[in-house]
Design a protein around this ligand. Structure first.
Ligand code: RIB
Ligand code: CA
Length: 315
């Protein structure tokens, strides 16, 4: 039976790559893609979700959710890494920028419809999820699983020395979701930074005679240029793609029960994820975290799924 997947994201080039793979992966039914602000502002994230689906024209169109800005103004974004438009400044024109339903409504409706059959994959800040659980706390226990890209156990931060971007953007929402009774799997920087690809990755993308190939060859090169220019890196970290693989193939990853929370105060550590790893912890465990991956399997699976997206996306 196909896994029912809702992707909540802030596209973002690695978000877009994860969405491309998911829309054409076997045994996956992407029932919705909901936008949240993060890499780019809410309106742009909403536009990007529509652009991505239109560019890929998948056999089954997911329901789309439109982002509403966070309760606090966005203090940071990642446009220098993902482009002013979040998709490598490709300037995709959305044919019908329909003013769809708010992301929170789509998420709420699908949890009520699909219950334990639904996996929610979060690839951006947890603003939408916190709103949904805050409006109806019963939904936190009703959804099957939450797979969250974000946080850091021992890997430090990326947007600040202490905090990972998704958690730093909206730490209040992140803390609320961490404390919710939902079944959670965290995919932290400790493992996503092992999902690194060099420039040769571009040559391995599907040909531009395919829809997926054309789309990915438009956006992925920008990411390599920007991380080199702004971060001094010769590789890109496919954070959101690894989180998707965890959502689709959880049995292939080693996890550990952890007790985590999010720092809400401070100039230096706001948004940092903190875990009680003392010999005799007194925080209660509240989620699983991926602690180990099979690198060769991840590389091989990633390539197989991207090739499949090329084949299935047509011309
Ligand atoms: O820290 C990495 C995360 O921040 C990824 O989801 C990336 O897309 C950005 O949102
Ligand atoms: Ca993201």
């Amino acid at each position: 039976m196909a896994r029912k997947l809702l992707i909540d994201c802030d596209p973002g080039i690695d978000d877009a790559l994860a969405i491309t793979i998911a829309l054409f992966a076997p045994d996956v039914d992407v029932v919705a893609i909901t936008a949240t602000e993060g890499n780019v502002a809410a309106a742009q994230a909403s536009c990007n979700v529509q652009s991505i689906v239109e560019q890929l024209d998948p056999p089954r169109y997911p329901r789309l959710g439109m982002a509403r800005g966070g309760d606090a103004p966005l203090t940071v974004d990642a446009r220098r890494i993902h482009g002013e438009d979040g998709l490598g400044n490709t300037g995709f024109v959305v044919s019908r920028l329909h003013h769809g339903h708010p992301s929170e409504k789509i998420i709420t409706d699908l949890i009520r419809e699909e219950k334990e059959n639904l996996t929610i994959l979060t690839l951006g800040p947890l603003t939408n999820i916190a709103r949904v659980f805050g409006a109806d706390p019963s939904l936190a226990s009703s959804v099957g699983r939450l797979v969250m890209m974000g946080g850091s156990i021992q890997a430090g931060g990326n947007v600040t020395p202490a905090a990972e971007f998704n958690m730093h953007c909206d730490p209040v929402s992140a803390a609320a979701v961490f404390r919710s009774p939902s079944t959670k799997i965290l995919v932290p920087l400790d493992v996503t930074q092992q999902c690194a690809e060099g420039l040769s990755f571009i040559d391995e993308l599907p040909p531009d005679t395919t829809r997926a190939g054309r789309f990915l060859r438009c956006i992925v090169p920008f990411l390599f240029r920007s991380v080199r220019q702004h971060l001094g890196l010769e590789v890109v970290y496919l954070h959101d793609v690894l989180a998707l693989l965890v959502a689709l193939y959880p049995e292939r990853f080693e996890t550990s029960e952890v007790a985590g929370d999010v720092e809400l105060e401070g100039n230096l550590c706001r948004g940092a994820t903190v875990f009680d790893r003392r010999p005799r912890p007194d925080w209660r465990t509240n989620m699983e975290a991926v602690v180990r991956l099979d690198g060769p399997w991840v590389r091989s699976k990633l390539r197989d799924l991207i090739d499949l997206a090329g084949q299935r996306s047509g011309h």
